[in-house]
Design a protein around this ligand. Structure first.
Ligand code: GLU
Length: 482
C-alpha cells in the first residue's frame, strides 16, 4: 500500500466548526499512522462572496493550537485556478461537457408537476456555443450505478439515473466546488477523502469527474477511498446549528480548553478507543484509530462531557504547567496569544506573578476551563472587591448574624497568628459563639473578602491575601451597610 496522502479542505466561510476540526483530526490521524503519510491543508477559498481572510486565519491558528500541523500547505485553492480551467478545457474538448443557457425558472416550467430534482438535460443535444449566459454541465450516464467505496459506510450505490447533469463551471467561468476539489485532489494524489457526511452525495459526481480526467489525460491517478464522517448533533439530536449551538472551535480556545483535551474529545465523536478509558493520550489515539471503526450514526457533541474531560486534563497538569497555561487569561500582557472575547479583570500593574504562583494551587483543582480562573482569583489582584450583590444581601445585608460574624472576626483577626489553620479555628470559634456551623460562619467572611459566595478555599486564601488586606475588606463590607 502506498502511504496515505490525505487532505483537510475547509472553506473559510465562518468560524472553524467543531465538525471541521474533527474532520481535520481524523485526516491527521490517518497521515500520522504511516511513517510517510502526508497531511495536506488546502483552504478552499474560491467562493469570493463568502470567504473572509479572518476565517482563514481562524482555521490556521486553531489547527496550530490543536497541534494538527500540515506536512504540505497551507495551500490556497484560489492559487490553482489555472489548473481548474485546464480541467474544464480538457473535459470540454473530450466531449464530457456541454453549454447550457437554461435558467432555474426554465427548468421548473418544463418540469411542471414532475418533481424529479435536478436538471432535466434539456441542453445536452442542443450543441450550444459558449455565450455570456452559458454554464457548463457534465454529461452523466443514464444507466448503471456509481459505487462509492466508503470505509465507514461500506459500498454506497448511486443509480446514475438519479444524478443530474451538474454544473461544473458558471457562465462567469468560475469553476465550481466539485471539479475544483477533484482537480486539486488528483494533482495532490490524494488517497483518502475524509470529510463530513454532507458531502456523500457529491462523491459519485466527483468520482465521475475523476474517472473522466483519468481517461483523457496522461495523469492517471487511482480514485481515492472515501470516508464520510457522521453528523454531529446536539442534545435534542438535531444537527448542530451554527446559530444556536456552540460550534466555533475558536471559542473553546478562548474559554480555556486545553488542546490535548479538545483533541481527545473530538476523537470520541463517532469513534472510540479500545477499552473503557476515554482519556487517552494522542499517541494511543493515533495508534488505535481506524476509519473502518468509525460509526455512521450521528455523534452527540456533548459540551458537558467536553468540559468534564477538560477539567480532568487540567487537574493532570503539574502546578507549573497549570500556571503557564493560565498566562493568556491572567497575564495576557505577557502572552503571545490572548483570548479574543474577554478583557482582563485587573490592570496590568495589579498583576503579580509571584502572588499568582501561590494562589494557583488553590484553583487548580476547581476549574473545568482556564477561563474560569480570573474570576476566581480576581480578589487577590483587583484593588476593590467586585460584589455579587445578591450574595452580599444574602450573607451580610439581610443577615444580622452575618454582620456579627464580620464584627467579631475583625477583632479576632487583629491579633491572630496569620496562618490558615489558625484562621480556621478562629472562624469556627466565633461561629460557635453565634450558633453558626462553619459553612454559615464562613459565608459572610468569604463574601466580604472575595465579593462572592463561591471560590477557592477560604482560609488558605486569607493567609495569602494577608492580614492587612483582609481586615480592610471586612471593614469595607461593614461600611456598605446602611
Ligand atoms: N471545502 C469543502 C468543505 O469545507 C471541502 C469538502 C471536501 O473535503 O471535499 O465542506
Amino acid at each position: 500500500m502506498a502511504p496515505p496522502r490525505v487532505r483537510f479542505a475547509p472553506s473559510p466561510t465562518g468560524y472553524f466548526h467543531v465538525g471541521s476540526a474533527r474532520s481535520a483530526l481524523f485526516n491527521w490521524f490517518v497521515a500520522r499512522q504511516s511513517e510517510d503519510g502526508v497531511f495536506i491543508l488546502r483552504i478552499e477559498d474560491t467562493d469570493e462572496d463568502r470567504n473572509r481572510e479572518e476565517w482563514v486565519d481562524g482555521i490556521i491558528s486553531a489547527m496550530d493550537w490543536l497541534g494538527l500541523h500540515a506536512d504540505e500547505g497551507p495551500f490556497r485553492q484560489s492559487d490553482n485556478k489555472v489548473a481548474h480551467e485546464v480541467s474544464v478545457t480538457t473535459l470540454l474538448d473530450a466531449g464530457y461537457l456541454y453549454y447550457c443557457d437554461c435558467t432555474g425558472e426554465d427548468v421548473a416550467a418544463r418540469k411542471g408537476d414532475n418533481k424529479t430534482p435536478g436538471y432535466d438535460g434539456f441542453c445536452r443535444t442542443r450543441a450550444l456555443a459558449r455565450a455570456a449566459n452559458t454554464a457548463l454541465r457534465f454529461t452523466t450516464p443514464h444507466d448503471g450505478v456509481t459505487i462509492v467505496r466508503d470505509l465507514i459506510r461500506g459500498d454506497v450505490e448511486f443509480a446514475n439515473s438519479t444524478i443530474d447533469d451538474f454544473v461544473v463551471a458558471k457562465s462567469s467561468g468560475a469553476v465550481l466546488y466539485a471539479l475544483a476539489n477533484v482537480t486539486d485532489d488528483r494533482n495532490d494524489e490524494i488517497t483518502h477523502v475524509i470529510r463530513g457526511e454532507e458531502h456523500l452525495s457529491n462523491a459519485p459526481k466527483q468520482m465521475m469527474l475523476w474517472s473522466a480526467l483519468n481517461e483523457v489525460t496522461a495523469h492517471d491517478v487511482a480514485l481515492p477511498l472515501y470516508a464520510h464522517l457522521p453528523l454531529l448533533v446536539n442534545e435534542q439530536r438535531k444537527k448542530l446549528s451554527k446559530r444556536k449551538d456552540p460550534v466555533a472551535t475558536e471559542s473553546y480556545r478562548d474559554q480555556g480548553y486545553l488542546p490535548q483535551a479538545f483533541v481527545n474529545y473530538l476523537a470520541l465523536l463517532g469513534w472510540s478507543p479500545r477499552g473503557d478509558e476515554e482519556i487517552v493520550p494522542v499517541e494511543i489515539l493515533i495508534e488505535q484509530f481506524r476509519l473502518e471503526d468509525v460509526s455512521h450514526s450521528p455523534a452527540f457533541f456533548d459540551v458537558k462531557k467536553l468540559a468534564h474531560m477538560n477539567g480532568e486534563y487540567i487537574r493532570a497538569l503539574s502546578i507549573d504547567a497549570f500556571i503557564d497555561a493560565c498566562t493568556p487569561w491572567v497575564n495576557p500582557w505577557a502572552s503571545a496569544w490572548r483570548p479574543s472575547d474577554r478583557a482582563p479583570l485587573w490592570a496590568e500593574a495589579d498583576f503579580d506573578a509571584e502572588l499568582f504562583a501561590r494562589v494557583a494551587p488553590l484553583v487548580h483543582e476547581r476549574v473545568a476551563t482556564l477561563g474560569e480562573v480570573p474570576a476566581m482569583v480576581q480578589f487577590f489582584f483587583a484593588d476593590a472587591v467586585t460584589f455579587d450583590e445578591a450574595a452580599f444581601t444574602k450573607a451580610i445585608g439581610n443577615d444580622p448574624l452575618g454582620q456579627s460574624m464580620l464584627k467579631s472576626a475583625l477583632v479576632r483577626f487583629e491579633n491572630a497568628t496569620w496562618a490558615s489553620s489558625v484562621l480556621h479555628e478562629v472562624v469556627l470559634e466565633v461561629g460557635e459563639s453565634l450558633g453558626l456551623v462553619l459553612r454559615k460562619a464562613q459565608a459572610p467572611i468569604r463574601c466580604a473578602v472575595t465579593g462572592s459566595l463561591v471560590g477557592p478555599p477560604l482560609f488558605e486564601s486569607l493567609e495569602i491575601l494577608g492580614r492587612e488586606r483582609t481586615i480592610e475588606r471586612l471593614r469595607a463590607a461593614l461600611e456598605r451597610l446602611p
